[in-house]
Design a protein around this ligand. Sequence first.
Ligand SMILES: C[S@@+](CC[C@H](N)C(=O)[O-])C[C@H]1O[C@@H](n2cnc3c(N)ncnc32)[C@H](O)[C@@H]1O
Length: 456
Amino acid sequence: MNRTLPVTKNDYIDVVFEDLTHDGAGVAKIDGYPLFIPNGLPGEKAKVKVIKVNKSYGIGKLIELYEKSPYRVEIAKSDAHKYGGCQLEHISYEGQLKYKENQVRQVLTRIGKLEDVKIHPILGMDNPWHYRNKAQVPVGEKDGKLVAGFFKPRSHEIVDTNESLIQLPEVNEAVQMVKDICSELGISAYHEESHKGVIRHIMARYGKQTGELMVVLITRTTDISHKNKLVEEIVARLPKVKSIVHNVNSKRTNVILGEKTNLLWGNEVIYDYIGNVKFAISALSFYQVNPVQTKVLYDKALEYANLSGEETVIDAYCGIGTISLFLAQKARKVFGVEVVPEAIEDAKRNAALNGMTNADFAVGEAEVVIPKWYKEGNAADVLVVDPPRKGCDEALLQTIIEMKPKKVVYVSCNPATLARDLRILEDGGYKTLEVQPVDMFPQTTHVECCALLKKI
Ligand SMILES: C[S@@+](CC[C@H](N)C(=O)[O-])C[C@H]1O[C@@H](n2cnc3c(N)ncnc32)[C@H](O)[C@@H]1O
């Protein structure tokens, strides 16, 4: 059906913002037709210009604010602010928490059709700045020097960023220092269009509790000129560095890490603690980026699991065994499953490191390994899942429904897939008792949740 749209490109109109999109843009509706306008906040009145019109939604630009939201805060107008991945930086932290909690409520009702679930107030941070323990920063060239920072939206231009507001200072410093050293040694930046040049990304990861730093250099070429000098300078100028790793990504791709990884200097891993559990973390393994809130999240998962010491627990998508080892402190036996082999090596090492003999780990896809275990007659009393943003595979959810663990603890970094999967589990005989949102990613639109389901 050809519907006449209520707006036309280049129109100037007055709007009232009703909501925020998942990217943090303001939403205004013109006769039911949604317009998405970056930088608009719910409740604000503004003049906007329509810059793009699609069948089901339009995009606009904020021209003038008539009435400001009480949650709006002023931010510096530097490029670092504009492109630094802090989509909610113009909203006070109180406003951000309100927005995220509301988003979880809306999505669980709209997608999950979960009407009577107890959703707790979101757990935020005392200091919502400089919390990230890891950065992966693209490297480019400007005026004959290397730059490392953020891509300008819809462009290949990299904006040099001396300070990210959400990274720990040690991580910021490491990235900029390594960039400067590469620049001084004349190591060239990778150029996407010509597929020439050497250094593609600099990654830095920091163990907040141990003060140990890992630097990963991601290059197109197997060789790096002045390799020895480069390592020597990094060690001399970054005294906290314990591991320097080289990853080669020779493909034309926007995937950051390549297939080949080798150690250039120091240990293969750095260490960190969450609570009193010690973890070895290697370059390719997933490790939560907000160490303060990770403890809050894992404590909640442990509380929801409510273990007595008699239970068999499965931890699906276990990474380096972080949640598994938290649970192993209170369970009879924990089995972790994870698809990245290096992460499982770390998980095994971590169990030994903490003297825990009741945790076993397997490499493989959760949706393949767990159904196999179940067919072999192995079931869990409590099953924990912590999948990536796309949520759990349907085959895993079906196995959970057949296996009937008494409790499922679902840790999620994407409320939309959480809601979808909770609906499947509810239809399969589970009841979602409570959901705890946790702000793992202040200043960004992301929100983490921990949900408790019980077999009915
Ligand atoms: C959100 S992380 C959680 C890791 C861990 N629970 C933690 O808190 O550190 C998701 C993990 O799932 C792994 N993964 C992705 N797809 C998988 C699959 N199909 N089966 C098993 N693991 C998978 C990723 O490698 C990653 O380590």
